[in-house]
Design a protein around this ligand. Sequence first.
Ligand code: CP
Length: 315
Amino acid sequence: MADTTTYQTLSTRHLLGIKYITVEDIKLILDTAQEFKQVINRPIKKVPSLRDITIANLFFENSTRTKLSFELAEKRLSADVINFSSSGSSVKKGETLLDTVNNILSMKIDIIVMRHPSPGAHVLLSKHVDCNIINAGDGTHEHPTQALLDAYSMQEKIGNLKGKKIAIIGDIKHSRVALSNIFCLTKLGAKVTVCGPPTLIPPHLESLGVSVEYNIDKVLAWCDVANVLRIQLERQNISYIPSLREYAMYYGVNMERLNKLNKQIVIMHPGPINRGVEITSDVADSEHSIILDQVENGVAVRMAVLYLLARKKQK
Ligand code: CP
């Protein structure tokens, strides 16, 4: 690692959410990720930075990208890694979260990466266990490493985010990606507008420093970047939209809408994509889209988070 980051540390020993970290923390993580992106594009992608550090990846909820990205980031940093998934575990026999985690910690774990369906599960855990905790998604609350990799990918494409216009489109109500993006982008000085059906936008969102717009064509004409979110049907116990077909018609990002703009905008999506619902395939796979760059950058960003938090532990 270069000297610019060697002596800087994060203000916290956990990454529980973007809400709880400073703008300096965010910038340090993004700068460090820049260096790790160079590392993972070299023929030899592995560095010894986390040798003798043991990391447990605890996934109490499904994941493809985040789980694989953390595991790869840990292995690229030479950490020892164990993986736990609640399906097929003793959680099914009624074991509590704290009992499960304390049993795993007794195997001498240094860092826990956890995804859990309950908002605040990580904050609770941080009060009861002695290791670094990284939130890999807690219900509808926060997904901090997704917001960091989104900010990194935006910066890579359009430069410094101060004053840039970012639209977050879709199911804002059920999205932890939306909330973490709002905290991260506003801390970095971007202008943020959220857009979606009124039923999928929580009240009083403006108090977080964002604007609300219900017309997708207006927001697409305004923005530099559109971060398109998935309709989270699995979190909706009542129907918030008449049908997916109507949602696609009124809020779907499609080529017809993009062709009406007299400018190019950057299209993002955290995945998994509902093709043909919130975004059409021709947009998701087009030159406008940086969806796969987001996934690539996720490894570098997570390497940065793990590296900086492990150093925090050693201090
Ligand atoms: N973006 C994201 O969190 O994807 P996964 O649910 O596959 O991890």
